[in-house]
Write a protein that binds this ligand. Structure first.
Ligand SMILES: Nc1ncnc2c1ncn2[C@@H]1O[C@H](COP(=O)(O)OP(=O)(O)OP(=O)(O)O)[C@@H](O)[C@H]1O
Ligand SMILES: [Mg+2]
Length: 408
């Protein structure tokens, strides 16, 4: 691979700040620049440098192959595939680590004579305090420099670091670029990716902005836009289900031939069980056979009767059950739902019948926690949102998730 270093990249590499914070959209070239940051100064005798990803697996899958390729230019390097490290004849060593195992890092001094000692890649996804508690002490002995880089993830600890670098303290310096500003991928590719994203997703992932979206879980829902009475029943209909003893939630959904998804009705039972719900579904909508329940219902039952799982109960009542083998990532599920409600180009692909009062309440009131997952603080919320989203997660996913990255 041939690495291009433009003026922007050299400015970042040459800047005198001790802690550099680089915030960009996805695929800008953060990881490649991280590798250059760690390699472009000669390794001094006995010097140690570290590349740190949120998880060891990420370091191994993303950075190790790239480092190996770049290391070919140094003839005399010994590669340790299990430790993910590179050792030079003069005793210098570069290692790749995951922030998920901080104990493996203690007691190391990084850099030498003010050289670049460490990169934290995808810093927004590394635990708060990791840099201060684990890494900063390692930088003191040799006055080593650090690069913290990431795509934003809401207003978390990375945002505080970013602000530091915009301030007057010369120790810190921040940069922020969209995927297109000095980025390495084409405008066409970015526009193509934009089509698969919600507006907020695009702002965060491609424009690299810290989002103010509040913490609403269904941030694209607007009752003035999405509440639509049902004129014609959709030709394809199915149930979305979430099983809880206190609240059995079922959303009757459909899909029109143009692909628009609609929540037609909702069925609710309190202090009940899956058999009761199955009977109610058959009574109210005898011609609907397909169900998209909570994947967790594959192995467990809400009320244990003869060891039947919720899914097998539905099948016994004659329904077809479609579910992922594993519970989907809540964050992905929310993105998929929001994107269907309104995509980055403003297109509305889902509406809700006004009679779905519990669903509407969930869409308007459910919050996300600090990690972007659905907040379960209020026990009366989320069941209907959940029920409505398993179909969407299965049939209309906003992301395809590979081992460590989001693919588009
Ligand atoms: N300096 C560069 N010179 C040449 N190509 C580059 C450079 N930086 C990035 N690229 C190309 O762009 C691709 C994306 O780069 P990289 O993985 O570093 O981006 P990233 O910002 O870390 O992406 P992600 O947000 O997915 O982590 C690389 O695979 C490479 O092909
Ligand atoms: Mg990267």
């Amino acid at each position: 691979m041939e690495i291009i270093l433009d003026k922007t990249r050299w400015d970042i590499l040459n800047h005198q700040a001790k802690v550099k914070i680089l915030i960009t959209g996805r695929r800008w070239g953060k990881s490649v620049l991280s590798a250059v940051f760690l390699l472009h100064q000669p390794f001094q005798q006995g010097e140690r440098r570290l590349y740190i990803a949120p998880y060891y697996r990420q370091a191994k899958l993303i950075m190790f192959p790239l480092m190996k390729e770049l290391m070919l230019q140094f003839g005399d390097v010994k590669i340790n595939e299990t430790e993910l490290s590179f050792r030079f004849d003069n005793g210098a060593e570069l290692s790749l680590k995951g922030a998920d195992n901080p104990d493996s890092l203690r007691g190391i001094s990084l850099g030498k004579n003010g050289s670049n000692g460490v990169v934290l890649d995808e810093m927004a996804y590394i635990k708060e305090g990791f840099f201060e508690e684990v890494i900063t002490p390692m930088l003191l002995d040799h006055n080593a420099k650090a690069l913290l880089t990431s795509t934003p993830n809401g207003f978390n600890h990375l945002y505080s670091k970013f602000l530091l670098g915009l301030g007057k303290n010369p120790m810190y310096k921040s940069w922020q670029f969209t995927t297109l500003e000095h980025g390495m991928i084409s405008k066409e590719a970015v526009l193509e990716a934009k089509k698969t994203m919600t507006a907020d997703q695009y702002k965060q992932e491609m424009l690299g902005t810290f989002l103010t979206a509040g913490n609403k879980a269904v941030w694209n829902f607007d009752r003035n836009v999405h509440l639509q009475p049902i004129k014609d029943m959709p030709p394809q209909m199915f149930f979305g289900l979430d099983f809880n003893v206190a609240t059995m939630a079922c959303i009757v959904m459909g899909r029109y031939s143009d692909g628009t998804v609609v929540a037609v009705d909702e069925l609710v039972l309190h202090n009940s069980n899956t058999d009761e719900m199955a009977r109610l579904m058959k009574k109210k909508y005898p011609y609907v056979k397909d169900c998209y329940p909570d994947p967790a219902g594959k192995s467990r039952s809400t009320v244990a009767v003869n060891n039947r799982s919720d899914h097998s109960i539905l099948r016994e009542h004659g329904f077809n059950v479609y579910a992922k083998s594993k519970a989907p990532h809540t964050k992905d599920r929310l993105y998929s739902l929001n994107r269907l409600l309104k995509d980055s180009e403003g297109k509305i692909r889902m509406t809700v019948a006004p009679k779905c009062v519990n669903l509407i309440k969930d869409y308007e009131l459910c919050q996300r926690d600090n990690n972007g997952n659905l907040s379960k603080k209020d026990e009366n919320l989320t069941h209907f949102l959940d029920a409505s989203s398993y179909y969407i997660d299965l049939k209309e996913p906003a992301y395809r998730r590979t081992a460590t990255t989001l693919e588009f």
